[in-house]
Ligand binder design. Sequence first.
Ligand SMILES: C[S@@+](CC[C@H](N)C(=O)[O-])C[C@H]1O[C@@H](n2cnc3c(N)ncnc32)[C@H](O)[C@@H]1O
Length: 171
Amino acid sequence: MSDPQDAGVDFDIRPGEVTTELPETFDAGLYFIGRIRTPWTRREDCPKNARESDAVCTIDVEARFAPALAGVESCTHLLALYWMHRARRDLVLQMPRHYGKQRGTFALRSPVRPNPIAASVVKLVAIEGARLSVIGLDCLDGTPLLDIKPYFASTDAVSDAVVGWHVAQKG
Ligand SMILES: C[S@@+](CC[C@H](N)C(=O)[O-])C[C@H]1O[C@@H](n2cnc3c(N)ncnc32)[C@H](O)[C@@H]1O
């Protein structure tokens, strides 16, 4: 499942953005357990978040991990974790284009982060063998899959959660 683009970095630094020096070695390894197929081949064409598009996307789980899908067919929604393989990893302060204000990486859902892990709650439309059709993804075609978990509305949904800076910015 190696992909020469997996080490890719195609994010320019914008005025106001700040980098940090990354550690020389990694602390952990991980396995890509599959690939995500979407209609989007350019970052600028991707939805900005999981609710911005109703496109049905495909999650192809690698055959060796297919048995781990037992029971998934009973879920209406899943938490998909994926690896933003084209993202740079060294920004600590960012200037998101659509907000235009400097914010810390950990206050943002930007793909640019030390560990470029993305998370989306997706709606399961169909499952056929190790192939899942889902709605609610926002990533490039070919993005590596890290994990799938059941979404528990009872414990995962926090209806009164607030991102203060976002509320303030919207006015
Ligand atoms: C703002 S992130 C949100 C990701 C995820 N829903 C989350 O909240 O963690 C989505 C954006 O990441 C960018 N992106 C998508 N796939 C990527 C990839 N494989 N590598 C780097 N950037 C990617 C696109 O610009 C897309 O609009």
